[in-house]
Design a binder for this molecule. Structure first.
Ligand code: AMP
Length: 195
């Protein structure tokens, strides 16, 4: 199964992706996680991405597409994967389409987590507070100021993907304001209909 989780920051993509990993035994490919790992390891990519990420802007398509192209060729992704936070631009959507095409594979669905913007900043601030309380590192972009920029980037560059995938007949909207368990159940129902 090859799935894209689409939605603004704080919509619950990461949380739902983890549940799908457990249920379906396919990996979560989070470009945010991969980029944060590159920043922590101070690789060339990490050095190029750090300031952009800290400002809440999008890393270049070129960098992100290259990371994903390499990642989907790893053995654990052969049966499928859940893309979390990718694609985020129309150019990335075209790129992933071409990557899959080249490998004779296809996207099964794009699940859009539909949320109310007003709830998002609160979720992000809670994630930061929870990480701090658990003694975990707090993401530098999980604060109200950077969040505003992340949301602007989402509407400017990522939201057009909703129409893009709708036109391809791949888009499924799920109510992301429901509880975590309810959202999981709704996604399960969507996936059951696909198979
Ligand atoms: P996330 O963990 O998905 O919220 O991503 C954190 C940050 O990493 C974003 O604000 C971007 O700066 C960068 N990033 C993650 N995924 C992408 C992507 N697909 N395209 C461009 N930048 C990305």
């Amino acid at each position: 199964m090859r799935l894209i989780l689409l939605g603004p920051p704080g919509a619950g993509k990461g949380t739902q992706a983890q549940r799908l990993v457990e249920k379906h035994g396919i990996p979560q490919l989070s470009t945010g996680d991969m980029l944060r790992a590159a920043v922590a390891a101070q690789t060339e990519v990490g050095k190029r991405a750090k300031a952009v990420m800290d400002a809440g802007e999008l890393v270049s398509d070129e960098i992100v597409n290259a990371i994903v192209a390499e990642r989907i060729d790893q053995a654990d992704a052969a049966k499928g994967f859940i893309l979390d936070g990718y694609p985020r631009t129309l150019a990335q959507a075209d790129a992933v389409g071409a990557m899959l095409n080249k490998r004779g594979a296809e996207l099964d669905a794009v699940v859009e987590l539909v949320v109310d913007d007003k709830a998002l900043v609160g979720r992000i601030l809670k994630r930061a507070a929870d990480a701090k309380a658990a003694g975990q590192p707090v993401r530098k972009d999980d604060n109200a100021e950077v969040f505003d920029e992340r949301l602007r980037e989402y509407y400017k560059k990522t939201a057009p993907l909703i129409g893009y995938y709708y036109a391809k007949g791949k888009l499924v909207g799920v109510d992301g304001m429901a509880t975590i368990d309810e959202v999981t159940k709704e996604i399960d129902g969507v996936l059951a209909k696909l198979s």
